[in-house]
Ligand binder design. Structure first.
Ligand code: GDP
Ligand code: MG
Length: 445
């Protein structure tokens, strides 16, 4: 691995009061001392001038963390400057003049992993914490980050090792018959306990996976039914272009909406109609792709026009479980805002007059409240689940071989189960796997 010092802006781009630049690398002190007008002391915040080519770029607060007591395990520096991107980029350039390179996404955390500051589940939890989409997923990510998930796995690994040595002893000393049959009975009990604890961990992981998940709601319907208006009303800002011209929205545009501390994806789409405009036609094709990739469809109908045959044809492919109908513009038809459960759940509302918008939000909130969560839930990934089920399969094989007294196979299955668990923690993981995990991080973490 390239172990040159790295730097990155760790705060979002744009204007802000303060911005943070992080630096990490071996023997940083000697390299960057001359950039400050005062000497930095370990783990102390110092008010300094950041100086480059004899000019003060900014007045900052700098904190130096001496290795190995830092996030990455290397020497680290955090520069808290004013949050202006011209200032921050000048600081970055100055650092680069001193041989510090721009960090890749996740490179700080990757170094923390490489230096054994954290295991792979904790590294993944860092990324999950940053992108957590609800307070529950924040808590669950923290459970993983604190190492609870890793400790649970290590406990199971220890039990597997214990069981293996028990079985090896029976293999090696078969002549002591009494001891053997006693030991085998113990082995069966131990195996049963291990299988149960894996099942327990799998259950928590499945719940954790659900928490990590952001459902996508696609808003679909004919042109002018009020799709973009609905999205704007929900986002409480002019996020989509709303006009009276049919066919304004020509692409599928994805937004994040935070409802009661939970984030969903909301997609605005091109209205469905026959068209000879090529760009619009391509937009409509995307609407269908978006629909097929979304968890839920919000199908909008202009209440003045009512449901048409085309609407019905589209809806034929959907069920009440994955589709809601909105009859919009009831201000023009004089109806009351209400929810009706017919074939589909129908919400009769007016976006423009803000009638029934809360009814609609409650429908989504109801969807979101169905996720099961307990204090032990940790934020899991597909990767963890696959490896847990892999370990679990080997343990089942081990049980089967124990019943036929094929003890060599038993021991081998235990070794494989242990290996699967090691991979969850990132012991013996390949460079490719690590790259796959760390490139999903944001820069600066
Ligand atoms: N009267 C009335 N007009 C609405 C309502 N919702 C949206 N509109 C209007 O319908 C037109 C089309 O809206 P837009 O959101 O662009 O529809 P889209 O093509 O489905 O995205 C605009 O002029 C909106 O102001 C409503 O509840 N009542
Ligand atoms: Mg639109």
């Amino acid at each position: 691995m390239d172990n040159r010092a790295i730097c990155a802006i760790a705060t979002p781009v744009g204007v802000s009061a303060l911005g943070i630049i992080r630096v990490s690398g071996p023997q940083l002190h000697q390299k960057i001392d001359s950039l400050f007008d005062k000497k930095l002391r370990d783990r102390e915040a110092t008010y300094v001038n950041f100086i480059h080519q004899e000019k003060t770029i900014d007045q900052c607060v700098a904190i130096f963390y001496e290795a190995p007591r830092s996030y990455t395990g290397e020497d680290m520096l955090e520069i808290i400057s004013h949050g202006n991107s011209i200032i921050m980029n000048s600081i970055m350039r100055a650092l680069q003049d001193f041989g510090v390179k721009q960090a890749e996404p996740g490179e700080f955390t990757k170094r923390a992993f490489m230096n054994n500051k954290i295991d792979l589940t904790q590294a993944e939890a860092v990324a999950d914490l940053i992108s957590a989409s609800s307070m529950q997923s924040v808590k669950a990510a923290n459970n993983s980050l604190s190492g609870q998930f890793a400790r649970d796995i290590e406990t199971i690994q220890d039990s597997i090792l214990g069981l293996r040595s028990l079985i090896e002893s029976v293999i090696n000393f078969p002549e002591e018959d009494d001891v053997s049959s006693e030991s085998l009975k113990d082995a069966k009990n131990d195996l049963q306990k291990i299988i149960l604890s894996i099942q327990n961990l799998q259950k928590h992981s499945i719940n954790g996976l659900m928490l990590n998940f952001r459902p996508t709601y696609a808003v679909i319907g004919k042109p002018n039914s009020g799709k973009s208006s609905l999205i704007n009303a929900l986002l409480r800002e002019d996020a989509s272009i709303v006009t009276e011209v049919e066919g304004t929205t020509r692409d599928s545009i994805k937004y994040s909406l935070c409802l009661n501390n939970q984030i969903i994806n909301l997609v605005d789409t091109a209205g469905l109609r026959e068209t000879s405009d090529l760009a619009e036609e391509a937009g409509i094709a995307r609407t269908f792709t978006t629909a097929s990739k979304s968890e839920k469809i919000i199908y909008m109908i202009d209440d003045q026009k009512g449901m048409s045959q085309e609407d019905e044809i589209f809806l034929n492919d959907y069920s009440s479980k994955n589709c809601y109908l909105i009859f919009n513009k009831i201000d023009m038809t004089g109806k009351q805002a209400k929810i009706i459960k017919n074939n589909f759940t129908e919400i009769h509302m007016s976006v423009k007059k803000n009638l029934g918008l809360d009814l609609f939000k409650n429908v989504i909130l109801d969807d979101l409240s169905n996720i099961d969560y307990s204090e032990n839930t940790h934020l899991a990934r597909e990767r963890h689940l696959e490896l847990l089920s892999n370990a679990s399969n080997h343990l089942e094989q081990c049980r089967a071989s124990m019943l036929n007294s094929s003890l060599e196979i038993c021991a081998e299955e235990l070794r494989l189960a242990h290996l699967a668990l090691s991979s969850i923690l990132g012991q013996n993981s390949s460079e490719e796997l690590l790259n796959r995990i760390f490139t999903t991080f944001c820069i600066g973490k």
